[in-house]
Design a protein around this ligand. Sequence first.
Ligand code: PLP
Length: 395
Amino acid sequence: MPDLVQPSAFPQNAEPLLLTPGPLTTSRRTKEAMLRDWGSRDSAFISMTGEIRARLLNMAGGEGQFECIPMQGSGTFAVESMIGTLVPKDGKALVLANGSYGKRAAAILNKIGRAHSVIDKGDYLPPRETDVTAALTADPSITHVIAIHCETSSGILNPIAELADATRSAGCRLLVDSMSAFGAIPIDAKNLPFEAMVSSSNKCLEGAPGFGFVIADTNALEMAADNCHSLSLDAHAQLTGFNRNGHWRFTPPTHVVAAFLEALRQHEQEGGVAGRNRRYSRNRDVLVSEMRALGFETLLDDEWLSPIIVTFFNPADPAFDFRCFYELIRQRGFLIYPGKLTEVDSFRIGCVGHLDEDAMRGVCVAIREALGELGVRDARPPDESLRERDRLRAA
Ligand SMILES: *Cc1c(COP(=O)(O)O)cnc(C)c1O
């Protein structure tokens, strides 16, 4: 693959590689697409928007039955747009949470005043079919289930197909936050029943940050006129705007849209979702095996490790200090992701972005050197963290 930054040739003081879940490292070609200005009401920009919507719809297997609605803002704006537009005012949502993005979906429902309940599985474990079936049987007033495809706070890849089946069997509708999965993990409306899903420009599709998109069932959208609590986040109204004249209702992030179209073309050239999944999976495999060789342990069982981001326990060694560790790795040209988990001291390393396994080997060299400089002899996590992990996994 051309145009990948080679860590071995990484010049000092150049921009670091982002080993984060997004914004992430983009290709030169994608960045260069931002070097011109576009009139947002001009036919050239209108046709770019149209091409992006069509490509995304095709990627989700939604042609004919679904609509793709780009929405300005970060990914959360698109999540809020999906929930606010599609959960009816007299509906009720069940949130399947196992990390901060599930909690955020519940916070949105709370903020906009939609009835909801939450199943919280903690940081380690996926929600399962049996959880969903039991909750939906116990509460027939639930209309929608909200699931997180890859819960980026731990990197856990939730079993979305079984959650979709359980939701459909109970006669409910599924809303999927596929923010950090779409483009690298398959999701196909033709064989996975969902009412809507969201993702954004700056995750596995490797664009710059600035907008998200809702892919939603056309009939559900038609039923959702005037349901949204918000003027700017109303996906139904945004779609009406696109259908009328191809315009975004309000100022779009024009440069980001242009870069995103270039990013989608590169995604296609890489072999689409399957091609990207292959590269990211290889990144993860190299990362996990090199880190384990250094003595680190993953939070999750191999079964649940996504090719998106991996959580590692902090070492027990008292010489380990995360802030210094981070800084030493940063000086070597890599930004890792500080942990935000509630239950354990940990940090995360992303496998996504315009990088290959050489970057993964490069960051592991940087980590080995950082441990040496800190005087950390052993990267093994505290015994009590491992015991707690094993206890929860067994439960
Ligand atoms: C990144 C992400 C979001 C959106 O986060 P923003 O910071 O608003 O872009 C939502 N859900 C998941 C699972 C994510 O990974």
